[in-house]
Design a protein around this ligand. Sequence first.
Ligand code: NI
Length: 266
Amino acid sequence: MHSSVTELFDALWRDYLDLTPSALKIHKLLGKGEAILNDHVAFRTFNHPKVNLDKLAAHFLALGYEQKGEYHFKAKKLYARHYEHQTDRQAPKVFISELLLEQCSHGLQAIVAGMLDQVDERLSGQTGFLYSGAPWKVSHQDYKTLLEESEYAAWLAAYGYRANHFTVSVNELSGFDTLQEVNSTLKDAGYRLNTSGGEIKGSPEVLLEQSSTMADTAIVEFSDGKAELPSCFYEFALRYAKPDGSLYTGFVAASADKIFESTNVG
Ligand code: NI
């Protein structure tokens, strides 16, 4: 396990930048050289005992995080929880989702079972598990079969364990008051935003607005050759105050549902 929250997120950020080079350019564009606070970092997994949501969460619980909200995405067959640090308000929130395999087709289950057979029982307990990438070999054909049924499963097969996205806290970003301003700056610089459900997901009424870039691409090595695929994306979140004056810290399932589509192909 990592000795500090900073150490873990630094390692996650380095791995993420390898697959998402545009994130560093956007980081500079928005931060103008200043530090940027992360609202949250998100992970994907399967609900299999070797690698399920709880196995990922254990790394954060060990660093002082606690479980907060839970979310259901029926159409995508996903379950998710978010975690917050108990004392460090600057620590990014963590959003972990898992694919509910028993709700998927037998074909998908068979491919994923073949992947999970290659995973050592002890993998999830290793210090670097959360940025270790794919612990399995999968063929490009199996990737394409997964993609037909679940973009989520296909992405996970290709990229494995690592941050799916980092998220800029727009509340803490100097020089920007609205998410519209952030989006305009990104589009002016030539970045493509995820428009599924509109460029801005959520609203002041639900206390959270989010937008995201479409994922970068990376070369993935399959067991039978290489292919260029969507990798990871960068997200932007603006939170609003609850009636008690403190910022809302949860997530909005309807918005997160659309954010998942930032790794769609094409
Ligand atoms: Ni997110």
